[in-house]
Design a protein around this ligand. Structure first.
Ligand SMILES: Nc1ncnc2c1ncn2[C@@H]1O[C@H](COP(=O)(O)OP(=O)(O)OP(=O)(O)O)[C@@H](O)[C@H]1O
Length: 352
């Protein structure tokens, strides 16, 4: 049984604060994510001084949520409100500028959203590798990490340089493995968490799309946060999106959520260019035995059922994980997995 957001907020509304009110009544709960039986959220206090007095509140909040039926793990972060860290002189993170209709991103021919229903299915890994595979085929490629709550592209692409902003108005994206890349993660210091409300998220996305000097790009891939929400809505309603790719594992629970993401793209009138299956199979490096850990062919069947293109499958492999953690995506190497990415990139180019 998956716990409901409302039930969690109700439980948090019972957590009293030393300076009066409750966590919910004082609107201090941010970034509440329910992922199966795991719950995570942030308690954001107005100042660092107040945060220091909230250690017991955090423990009480964790206990209150852990006691709910269906909850197996709870992670609570305690932060103080800090304004988002700006790039050298360009402030990112503001309310969106009003805008009429869907706009193109200057210089970008194909703006493509990479989404997933469920977190952790490898969407960011696929986005990074696909970007590199497309660049290796000679395309001019950009990658925008819009996973504002868990930006992972700087690590996966091996970029830790902050973008420069010579005029304080526009940002120059750093380049890695032939891909121009920008991530909200590059504008933050170390482990800082971004805690913005919906309008701020929309403003940040708008800035990353329009105030970055992307140059001429054949493809700009947008690594979306998992699920459906403000970012997906803003991207698909405010910008001319060529289409979306949806990543899933073959597991039933992942497919269930992938279907929701597909439906959301359809509702937003964003064409789905195809489905990609990640973690399809595991081949034991010692004995060569092949095991379908998360099920066999689920995403291909789903694509057929929905009448959508199936772009290919990618194995579960230690090499992929190590490459991602090491900042050199496997698609930049000569591994057989890189070939699988090349095949998907070729299919994708044909679909554009
Ligand atoms: N095919 C694969 N083989 C091995 N490890 C993988 C594979 N795909 C992804 N991973 C690993 O799984 C973890 C989660 O991947 P990733 O961050 O890409 O998922 P995600 O769907 O973007 O997650 P989130 O939605 O939470 O941002 C990472 O450690 C990544 O290296």
């Amino acid at each position: 049984m998956t716990p409901m957001r409302e039930t969690i907020l109700e439980a948090l509304d019972s957590v009293a604060l030393p300076d009066g009110g409750t966590l919910v009544a004082r609107d201090l709960v941010r970034a509440l994510v329910v992922d199966g039986n795991s719950v995570r959220f942030v308690i954001e206090t107005p100042t660092a001084e107040i945060a220091k007095t909230y250690t017991d509140v955090r423990a009480a909040a964790e206990r209150a949520v852990a006691a709910l039926p269906g909850v197996q793990s709870v992670a609570v972060a305690l932060t103080a409100h800090t304004p988002p860290k700006p790039a050298p002189s360009l402030k990112v993170g503001r309310h969106p500028t009003p805008q009429e209709g869907r706009q193109p991103v200057p210089g970008v021919t194909n703006l493509i959203a990479i989404g997933s229903g469920k977190g952790g299915v490898g969407k960011s890994t696929v986005a990074a590798n696909l970007a590199v595979a497309l660049a290796r085929q000679g395309l001019r490629v950009g990658l925008l990490d819009a996973d504002i709550y868990g930006p992972s592209q700087p690590k996966m692409m091996g970029v830790d340089k902050r973008p420069s902003s010579p005029d304080g108005k526009r940002m120059i994206p750093p380049e890695a493995h032939g891909v121009r890349m920008i991530s909200i993660g590059l504008m933050l210091k170390g482990d800082d968490a971004v805690i913005w409300r919906g309008p701020m998220l929309m403003g940040a996305l708008q800035q990353l799309l329009t105030q970055v000097e992307w140059g001429q790009l054949d493809v700009l891939l947008v690594d979306m946060p998992p699920g459906t929400g403000d970012i997906q809505l803003t991207l698909c309603t405010k910008f001319e999106v060529r289409g979306a790719l949806v990543v899933s594992t073959p597991q039933d629970v992942a497919l269930l959520d992938a279907r929701k993401a597909l439906r959301a793209f359809q509702t937003l009138k964003t064409p789905v260019l195809g489905l990609i299956e990640n973690m399809s199979t595991f081949i034991c490096p010692k004995c060569g035995h092949e095991e379908h850990i998360f099920g066999d062919g689920g995403v291909r069947r789903e694509a057929e059922k929905q009448g959508l293109p199936f772009l290919g499958e990618l194995p579960l492999s230690l090499e992929v994980r190590l490459a991602g953690d090491g900042g050199v995506p496997v698609a930049a190497t000569d591994s057989p997995v890189a070939e699988a990415y090349t095949r998907i990139a070729t299919q994708m180019i044909a679909a554009l």
